[in-house]
Ligand binder design. Sequence first.
Ligand SMILES: Nc1ncnc2c1ncn2[C@@H]1O[C@H](COP(=O)(O)OP(=O)(O)O)[C@@H](O)[C@H]1O
Ligand SMILES: [Mg+2]
Length: 277
Amino acid sequence: MLSSTSGHDSLESAGAAGPVLRFENVHLAFDGLAVLRGVSFIARRGETKVLLGEAASGKTLLLKLALGLQRPDSGAVWVLGQPVSDLPESRLFALRRHIGMVFQESALFDSLSVRENVAYRLREEHELTEDTIEQRVRRALSFVELEEAIDKMPGELSGGMKRRVAIARALSSEPEVMLYDSPTGGLDPITSTTIMELIIKLRDENNVTSLLVTHRLQDAYLLATHVWDTQNRRLRAAAPERSHTSFLLLREGKVWFDGDGHQLMNSGDDYVKTFME
Ligand SMILES: Nc1ncnc2c1ncn2[C@@H]1O[C@H](COP(=O)(O)OP(=O)(O)O)[C@@H](O)[C@H]1O
Ligand SMILES: [Mg+2]
């Protein structure tokens, strides 16, 4: 069971026992206009939940709620056993160290080198030594296969490389939870696939729990039908039931569909079918 806990150690154990992410009957309106009207779902450790829905259906809001950047009008959001929707700002700050974020814009600091961009979040933690920071930065860059770019400036990188640096930055604190908002937005199809490959590697090798917003059905399909083959260092086709990926489709503020890739692709629901075309 999830419970309200304080302190670093209990945070980890609470996350291991129950779902890593839990939304419970979340309602949220702006200026009297209801955007979320009772959204409930969970994501278990190692699971990627793909958030689908038309523009303005509330996908980005779900990510902001998970970060505690937005509070629900009613209902609750739990991350790693912590009641995000009720935590004071000081406790949210500590919790966010366990959460990595990747947004479409990459949002790198143009005046900082790749090394300093990736180190940015680690420096906020203050207590780490330079050696530890350098080690973590290199580990994160090596995960995205960009160690050789460590001394480059963002202006020298391609769009795909920037996105990989953004992923490395999110990984620097070795988060248990990742939130991706259109991580392949604005990239060409081949580069998009390399980004999705990293996301799948994180899911399967590191057991990271994620929420991922995407407009590209190809991304959703790849997540549902492939796993990371650790031995051969590449993607391998797998049944949707084995890919640790589920799908949530928002419609009119409610969860219209929540299930795995097989259920999604075989759904008889007209709205789901139209959405998947
Ligand atoms: N801070 C805010 N103030 C007012 N309206 C907001 C705010 N954040 C989101 N909204 C509205 O909520 C709806 C859902 O937004 P969003 O989650 O960004 O949609 P999307 O599914 O496209 O990511 C939109 O209509 C948006 O205008
Ligand atoms: Mg959005």
